[in-house]
Design a protein around this ligand. Structure first.
Ligand SMILES: Cc1ncc(COP(=O)(O)O)c(C=O)c1O
Length: 388
């Protein structure tokens, strides 16, 4: 049990993001069983999607997750500096970045171009050890990854480097554009393009054994995308990658983050009283409002103004007026008995609103809702298997 708040410049009693590491462990275990015999990589980039990089890494390792995935070298090195020694892949870096520390620290690194393979060869020479590389092909997301026209040159360069021991090609990988929509034409096209890229790599003499394409949606509902490894982020945090995707795959996910605060002010507003900046909401009747001490400075989307709901006193209460930088107002209703100090849940597990619901009403996705929770909000981690 690790209930010590992590970070934040708000008193954790006043407001916190509570992270249920038992739910995280249960999601990881359920997802790992669902994708077997493929293996699961827990993706914990962006501070574990807002849930805390280190706490998530420790919790994942404690339930036997062998692979962790992050975007940046900084994230990877932070894990190594904190003592994590397991398999770890990092995939997004700029042309000026020196990859030596990653290679020296036994981090697997992605390469999407001949230049990046060359950078890894140089890093391997400086670190005096073989660099483990995952070669990325762009199968149709048109984001990162080698263009198919450039792929033979990329795999050729990697095969050459492998022959003289500078690199070991661990796998070929790519990323899906629309796996939450199974009938989207990109899905079949990407699956085929990935198989073709693998065939080209093998024809160049490579023997990539840990190939990966699936994100959460692919891991859940697209068996052909699973290959040997799946990179799962959002589903491990108990947020559905798309409407009904987890349920249709028969996987029950538990929300890991609960964003809560205390009411810090409660008072009546007369009919005709405007609430918050710009008076965009005017009370149509005499009512009672409560003040929640979190705002867009804490990652509460400004788009939540007058559209989102919170959970307070065993019922839903609507957000009224604009979200401010540090606070927003909810309508507690004419007969409200709520008091200063009562707990408000912005999102968490049902029947409270979920991160998915906040995403929907704010015109974004549950991913953004949890990931954007700001540095000012303390994280309180509860549960989880203690590590020795
Ligand atoms: C390259 C890559 N792989 C895997 C993931 C995990 O995706 P998801 O959170 O949908 O599981 C992400 C997240 O955006 C990603 O960028």
């Amino acid at each position: 049990m690790d209930a010590q708040p992590v970070g934040g410049w708000i008193d954790p009693v006043t407001a916190s993001a509570d992270i249920d590491l038992d739910a995280y462990a249960a999601n990881l275990t359920a997802l790992a069983a669902h994708v077997a015999p493929a293996e699961l990589m827990a993706v914990i980039k962006a501070d574990g999607y807002g849930h805390g990089l280190m706490a998530c890494a420790r919790a994942a390792r404690a339930v036997g997750v062998r692979w962790l995935g992050v975007a940046t070298p900084g994230e990877a090195m932070a894990l190594r500096e904190a003592g994590d020694t397991g398999r770890l892949l990092c995939w997004l870096y700029g042309p000026e970045e020196d990859l030596t520390a990653l290679v020296a620290s036994d981090v697997d690194v992605s390469a999407s171009s001949v230049e990046q393979v060359g950078d890894l060869v140089a890093a391997a020479a400086t670190a005096e050890r073989t660099a483990r590389v995952h070669l990325k092909i762009d199968t149709g997301l048109h984001r990162n990854g080698a263009h198919p026209d450039d792929w033979p040159a990329v795999v050729g360069a990697a095969a050459e480097a492998e022959r003289f021991g500078a690199v070991e090609v661990v796998g070929v990988w790519s990323h899906l554009a629309s796996a939450e929509e199974l009938d989207h034409p990109s899905v079949a096209a990407q699956l085929d393009a990935f198989d073709e890229a693998l065939a080209v790599a093998r024809a160049e003499g490579l023997d990539p054994r840990t190939n990966h394409l699936a994100n959460s949606a692919g891991a859940l509902q697209l068996p052909r995308s699973r290959h040997q490894l799946v990179r799962v982020g959002i589903a491990t945090f108990g947020v559905d990658p798309g409407d009904g995707v987890a349920a249709s795959a028969g996987v029950a996910l538990r929300p890991v983050m609960r964003l809560r605060a205390q009411l810090v002010n409660v008072k009546p507003v007369r009919a005709g009283g405007g609430v918050s900046y710009g008076h965009t909401w005017v009370a149509p009747h005499d009512t009672v409002v409560g003040l929640v001490p979190l705002g867009y400075g804490d990652g509460v989307p400004r788009h939540a103004g007058s559209v989102a709901e919170v959970w307070v006193g065993g019922r839903r209460a609507p957000v009224r007026g604009r979200i401010c930088m540090d606070q927003f107002v909810v309508e507690l209703g004419p007969d409200a008995q709520d008091r200063v100090g009562d707990e408000v849940v912005l999102f968490g597990a049902e029947p409270a609103p979920t991160a998915e619901e906040w995403g929907r009403v704010c015109g974004t996705i549950g991913y953004e809702i949890v990931t954007r929770v700001g540095a000012r909000v303390p994280r309180r981690h509860v549960g989880g298997t203690p590590t020795p």
